[in-house]
Design a protein around this ligand. Structure first.
Ligand code: PMP
Length: 437
């Protein structure tokens, strides 16, 4: 496959943009280096690069593009918003509509605030939890990624782990020492941390279903135990649902049918992003009324944003959720994901390649290993070189995945059986080539 234009553009980008990319997870550093593919146009489950090559897309822009590229309902909503004037700096009716949709789908959110990214949403939930509890430390789980604000860059998975920098430079020790990290799915470790530092802990922050060291479900009882231990300690539970909300069903983890005891896994604060903006920049956070009343102008915790709640992002978000509310949408994504996962597993086995796949409805992660993946340590203990080889073989056959062994594959509402067939054919060829290497 000729990608010479991408290579030229990459050389040019390197002159002007640090590392040639505006988010490090887009670089190919972890998969052998070289030029990332420069995309030009997308439609449905497909996109085309600057050389005219076509790809089936499972990156979905790291999650937001759950309705595929250039979905007509979302495009129309963005166009209407642009025609009406892009930004006013005043409240709009639209913001109320999206806030109500989120509240209906996520019952623990009595009050909502829109921001511009998942990073901002998470960062603010921590500030609110600190203001509410008047404590300063947070507990997080190893390998969970919560955006790039100082506090949560300690032992972060996803991009930082992919690039070998789980603890970022530039985060002062005084801040890093406010964070306690424990393994995911390990209640005993959480109990020990709370025994030791409990009175100082403002919040326990978790991806309730992990999306950043692969897709990992909480073990039965983990979220219930986490909520109980945290609340008994007088701390708040923060769910980072930037990836997971509206991913597996029309709602969030707290009402996901794959988990029992919904009334025992209710967070105090939830951070959102990605899907709720339909592909435009957005974040949101919300939670119990008396906690959210810490936020200015009602309370002393300050958070603001020139672009927050802008009509284009909000309109795209409303349109995206309207599509997702359609009959059988999640069932269809799951049906295709099952076909794909079963086929990948069978194909890898035929060529003697160890492959563990964690699938949750229409999203899954592929791990080159022969053990299960339930925490970050297990996710690290997989064959990165084999992933890199698979990634490159698939790319050359027109299948676009994230260039990281920790990131998920996302089905969209626009993938079809033909896409799955083509992907399985590419995978069969890739595994065959890999087994001969
Ligand atoms: N939290 C989680 C769980 C995420 O996966 C991400 C992004 N991958 C973020 C927060 C940060 O969101 P953003 O990139 O929009 O700042």
């Amino acid at each position: 496959m000729n990608r010479s234009t991408s290579e030229q553009l990459y050389q040019e980008a390197l002159q002007h943009i640090v590392g040639g990319v505006n988010s490090p997870s887009r670089s190919f550093k972890a998969v052998g280096g070289g030029a990332p593919v420069f995309m030009k146009r997308g439609s449905g489950a497909h996109f085309w690069d600057e050389d005219g090559n076509k790809y089936i897309d499972y990156l979905a822009a790291y999650g937001p593009i759950i309705t595929g590229h250039a979905h007509p309902h979302i495009t129309a909503a963005i166009t209407e918003a642009a025609e009406n004037g892009i930004l006013y700096g005043t409240p709009t009716r639209l913001e109320i509509k999206l806030a109500k949709m989120l509240k209906e789908a996520i019952p623990s959110m009595d009050k909502v605030r829109f921001v511009n990214s998942g990073t901002e949403a998470v960062m603010t939930t921590i500030r609110v939890a600190r203001a509410y509890t008047k404590r300063s430390k947070i507990v997080k789980f190893a390998g969970c990624y919560h955006g790039h604000s100082d506090l949560v860059l300690v032992a972060a998975g996803s991009g930082p782990s992919t690039l070998g920098i789980p603890d970022s430079a530039g985060v002062p020790q005084s801040i890093a020492q406010e964070v306690i990290t424990v393994p995911f799915n390990d209640l005993e470790a959480l109990r020990e941390a709370l025994d030791k530092w409990g009175e100082e802990v403002a919040a326990v922050m978790v991806e309730p279903i992990v999306g950043n060291f692969g897709m990992v479900m909480p073990k039965p009882g983990f979220l219930e135990g986490l909520c109980k231990l945290t609340h008994d300690n007088g701390s708040l539970v923060i769910y980072d649902e930037v990836i997971t909300a509206f991913r597996f069903h029309y709602g969030s983890t707290q009402t996901y049918a794959g988990l029992d005891n919904h009334e025992d896994i209710i967070p105090d604060l939830t951070a959102l992003g990605k899907i709720i903006g339909g592909g435009l920049p957005i974040g949101a956070y919300g939670g119990r009324k008396h906690v959210m009343e810490q936020v200015a102008p009602l309370g002393p915790a300050y958070q603001a944003g020139t672009m927050a709640g802008n009509p284009a992002s909000i309109s795209a978000g409303i349109a995206c959720l309207e599509v997702l509310r359609g009959e059988g949408v999640y069932e269809e994504m799951e049906r295709l994901a099952i076909r794909l996962v079963d086929g990948l597993q069978a194909s890898a086995a035929r060529h003697g390649i160890p492959l563990t796949i964690n699938r949750i409805r229409g999203a899954f992660s592929t791990h080159f290993c022969d053990h299960p993946i339930t925490d970050y340590e297990e996710a690290q203990d997989t064959d990165g070189e084999m992933f890199a080889s698979f990634f490159r073989h698939m790319l050359d056959r027109g299948i676009n995945l994230a260039p990281s062994k920790y990131e998920a594959w996302f089905l969209t509402t626009e993938h079809t059986d033909e896409d799955i067939d083509a992907t399985l054919e590419a995978a069969e060829d890739s595994f065959r080539a890999m087994s001969a290497e």
